[in-house]
Design a protein around this ligand. Structure first.
Ligand SMILES: Nc1ncnc2c1ncn2[C@@H]1O[C@H](COP(=O)(O)OP(=O)(O)O)[C@@H](O)[C@H]1O
Ligand SMILES: [Mg+2]
Length: 424
């Protein structure tokens, strides 16, 4: 009997921590077999504020995930927040060295590897490392080519999206997982994982802005022609709505969170008779009866502000010229009622909620935008496995070759990985 293949992911977010295990099906797709999560607010400004607490929480969610799956967890694919990451385009250019069967210059896998390495060789400050190198465009003699391998020409160029991240931050993530007693397989930028979690192939091509609204942060990624064009983060998340509610209703954060989830919405029916809710007041043994529409008066400005901030930031970063055609909202904040309507109004584009692209017959709760990152990490783990298990002589794309042969291990590996992914 064949060995079963399992993949594990760990999502360390600003408001919760979650682990998942999937199994590879005969068809080569993923089936989620376990998911465990717990609320944890122990990351501030991208920094783990208490290693011991986070380690303990990791142990707790993984033990639970292991119990549900009935196996020991394999090495983990985990996320790193975008707070201290920097993403930018880089360009590589080389003379084609390969020779075709008629003596003409022809692009070889080696040429492709060199041109990507060339784009990778940017100077990075000592405290940072290149986390991802994602080739998304190749040109041979100034002409765009989808698959440069085997193309005749003299000059090969590559456009690569590079993401750098703070070394200490990656090290502390590593440390916290190791301390809990588990192994790290790969670390992936949160927003890139979310893209893989919820964005479909058509959207990756057409140009989509993904907005992942977490507890304290909102990540955004613009993806077009199967390549990442832009990543960024805004230090406002759905917890800020909760804080506004706590302040406005004079209640605790905990009560405000419950009210937000139970009654929170942005649009109110005009002229309908007011409905009331009971709000326990903070530091007093009293409750107040408050009309529910007050919630929308507090939630609406914060959501509009957040989405407008993103819209303006993206317009600035793209210099107003790289248009996207749709919006996908994900992360726990995407569960805010009526947020799709508000997003469509602000961006003047169609919007939808991004739910995880995975199947599961045991964990129905996985189809929530809260799990976008966690499931994106799973899908990337599967991709990585697929790439590693293709027979050597079956390399069909340059990115795969790059992944396996590059001397510059992890960064090139991931670059190859994503290009590959976004092309599939
Ligand atoms: N049903 C809901 N309605 C509105 N907001 C929600 C809902 N469920 C979760 N949230 C909010 O989503 C945020 C957490 O989202 P999540 O993506 O898990 O964050 P992170 O990745 O930063 O841990 C919290 O601020 C929480 O209040
Ligand atoms: Mg999240």
């Amino acid at each position: 009997m064949k060995n079963k293949i399992y993949y594990a992911s760990l999502d360390i977010g600003t408001s919760s921590i979650a682990a998942a295990i999937s199994i590879r099906k005969e068809s080569g797709t993923l089936e989620l077999i376990s998911l465990a999560s717990q609320p944890l607010r122990a990351i501030k400004n991208g920094i783990i504020t208490n290693l011991e607490t986070v380690s303990e929480a990791i142990r707790h969610v993984i033990t639970k995930a292991e119990m549900i799956a009935g196996i020991n967890i394999p090495p983990l694919v985990i996320n790193v927040g975008s707070t201290q990451s920097q993403g930018f385009q880089s360009h590589g250019i080389v003379a084609v060295a390969g020779v075709g069967s008629h003596g003409e210059r022809e692009v070889t896998l080696n040429d492709i590897e060199r041109v990507v390495e060339m784009a990778n060789s940017v100077s990075v400050p000592a405290e940072r490392v290149i986390l991802h190198s994602i080739p998304y465009r190749f040109l041979v003699d100034h002409v765009d080519v989808e698959e440069p391998h085997g193309t005749s020409g003299l000059r090969l160029e590559s456009e690569v999206y590079l993401v750098t991240q703070n070394k200490a931050m990656l090290e502390s993530l590593h440390k916290v997982v190791t301390k809990a007693g588990y192994k790290v397989d790969e670390i992936i930028l949160q927003s890139i994982a979310s893209v893989e979690g919820v964005i479909d192939e058509e959207e990756k091509k057409m140009g989509t802005l993904l907005i992942d609204i977490g507890g304290l942060l909102t990540d955004y990624v613009f993806i077009k022609n199967n390549g990442i064009v832009l990543t960024g983060v805004i230090p406002v998340g759905s917890d800020h709505i909760t804080k506004d509610l706590a302040y406005g209703l004079k209640t605790t954060f905990h009560q405000a969170e419950l009210l937000k989830i139970k009654h929170g919405k942005i649009l109110v029916e005009p002229k309908s008779a007011p409905e009331y809710m009971t709000v326990p007041l903070a530091s007093q043994n009293r409750t107040a009866r408050i009309p529910k529409h007050v919630l929308s008066q507090i939630i609406e400005p914060r959501v509009s502000e957040l989405l407008t901030l993103i819209k303006n930031q993206v317009a600035k970063d793209l210099k107003n010229n790289n248009l996207y055609t749709s919006i996908v909202l994900t992360g726990g904040g995407a569960l805010t009622q009526d947020i799709v309507e508000i997003a469509e109004d602000i961006f003047h584009l169609p919007a939808r909620i991004g739910k995880p692209l995975i199947t599961s017959s045991v964990q129905e709760d996985v189809y929530s935008p809260v799990h976008a990152t966690l499931i994106g990490l799973q899908r990337l783990a599967l991709e990585k496995w697929n790439r590693a298990h293709k027979p050597q002589h079956h390399f069909s794309t340059p990115h795969e070759l790059h992944a396996t042969h590059s001397s510059n291990a992890s960064r090139s590996k991931l670059g190859a990985y994503f290009k590959n992914l976004f092309q599939s």
